[in-house]
Design a protein around this ligand. Structure first.
Ligand code: 5CA
Ligand code: ZN
Length: 419
């Protein structure tokens, strides 16, 4: 699948501040601590779980992709290449259910929503993945993964005369559970809420997860050596990640709602394929964005969309600033007034960047870098730019290059550029 066009990223001068560490740390879900992510040179591998294409792009989606865009930009600024992969879950129960509810063809719904998502991502200056892969384009990868798992006795058919679907022996894999750190009872409860089927008769273990669902009437299906059917959700992300990033890569990311079962299951499948080698080095999870007191989600229907805000005349950099005002690890609630404060900030920054002189750029660039390398602290980064902006607007500083240099740093590191 084609991704969206990449906005240019300015290259910044080095910072010679000795307090500035040349690595980035983020909070890793497994170790429950901040941890250096990415290699010290070469290529960082990033897999971010993509949308199931309906109700795109709500602000929760946007916040998650913006968070990993910050990581992408920090890695680029550190001189690393970034191999970024994202999927599209364009065949799965929630999508098919939504299409059935509205009477729309599921493929048409997916195509329309993917297009909307791409447009929103480009407007928000989120750097595109190098590989943007839909489930329907990567069936062969899933089929091969299942063949491999069958060879290791990690896949089996559920005892069901009519539909002996293929399942993965999740709990048989070493280290199953280290991401979510839940009790078995908690896992079973959450599995039932988030697309799993712990109570299905005929499974060897309640926590075993679906690999390949055999064809049902009126459901899309593809021929395969495992029978005609369609892929399960977790094995899709594992197969795409390992195909494009290798068996082990730097970071798997997504919203916090994906910790269990999705990322736990992805990691277990990945370890099964890789004979015990770890899947991602680190797992990074973004807090949930809510509206009206609840997690913003398609199923609850309490959504604010990037495209709706834009159609109301809110500029994309203002939306980006409204999101950046929140730290990625916090859950937070969207209020319509968030636009007003972001607009005020945008107006001030824009005036400062257009100024003919200002206080020197080097210290503020170092401070921006420090804030972002320390667990992607966007709110602190915004406060640094605010401080510089206030000084410039008060007439401080005589450096004629500073406004352009700060504008470039804000573009390169925060992805904010005013048209
Ligand atoms: N297709 C799967 C991942 S493989 C999926 O979860 N799709 S999604 O469309 O439901 O969500 C897309 C991404 O946005 C996921 O990373 C998800 O964790 C994140 N996300 C969804 N809702 C929110 C929210 N309210 N706040 C923050 N992030 C969210
Ligand atoms: Zn995923």
């Amino acid at each position: 699948m084609d991704a969206w066009p990449a906005a240019p990223v300015p290259t910044l001068p080095r910072s010679d501040d000795p307090r500035l560490e040349g690595r980035v740390r983020v909070f890793d879900t497994v170790t429950r601590a901040q941890r250096i992510v990415g290699p010290d040179h070469g290529t960082a591998g990033l897999y971010v779980c993509g949308i199931t294409p309906y109700d795109a792009t709500h602000l929760g989606h946007a916040f998650t992709y913006l968070t990993f865009d910050l990581l992408h930009r920090v890695w680029l600024d550190l001189g690393l290449a970034v191999d970024y992969v994202q999927n599209i879950t364009d065949v799965d129960d929630p999508l098919l259910e939504r299409a059935a509810e509205t009477g729309q063809d599921w493929e048409e719904l997916a195509a329309e929503q993917i297009e909307l998502f791409r447009t929103d991502m480009a407007a928000l200056r989120i750097l595109p993945p190098r590989h943007y892969m839909a489930a329907t384009e990567t069936l062969h990868l899933v089929v091969d993964t299942i063949t491999d798992l069958r060879g290791k006795d990690l896949a089996y058919q559920v005892a069901d005369d009519q539909y002996p679907d293929w399942y993965f022996r999740s709990a048989a894999v070493e280290h199953f559970g280290i991401i979510s750190q839940l009790t078995r009872e908690q896992m079973i409860a959450i599995f039932a809420e988030r697309g799993g089927d712990p109570d299905r008769p005929g499974k060897d273990d309640a926590l075993d997860s679906l690999l390949w669902r055999l064809a049902r009437a009126d459901e899309p299906a593809w021929d395969s050596p495992h029978g005609r059917g369609r892929p399960g959700w977790h094995v899709e992300c594992t197969s795409i990640a390992q195909r494009y990033l290798g068996e082990t890569f730097s970071v798997q990311g997504g919203g916090r709602d994906l910790v269990f079962p999705h990322h736990e299951m992805c990691a277990a499948v990945g370890r099964g394929v890789a004979n015990g080698a770890r899947f991602a080095h680190s797992y990074v999870h973004v807090g949930m964005v809510g509206l009206d007191g609840e997690k913003m989600s398609k199923s609850r229907g309490n959504l604010e969309l990037v495209s709706r805000l834009r159609s109301q005349g809110v500029e994309a950099p203002v939306i980006r600033l409204a999101l950046l005002a929140h730290h990625y690890r916090n859950d937070w609630e969207w209020f319509a007034t968030d636009v007003d404060s972001a607009q005020r900030r945008a107006d001030a920054w824009r005036s400062a960047f257009a100024s003919s002189h200002g206080t020197p750029a080097a210290p503020i660039i170092a401070n921006l870098r420090r804030a972002l390398r320390h667990d992607l602290d966007a709110p602190r980064a915004l406060a640094e730019v605010d401080e510089w902006t206030s000084a410039v607007l008060a007439g401080d500083g005589s450096d004629p290059d500073a406004p352009r240099q700060v504008a470039d740093a804000v573009d390169a590191l925060l992805g904010v550029r005013f048209g």
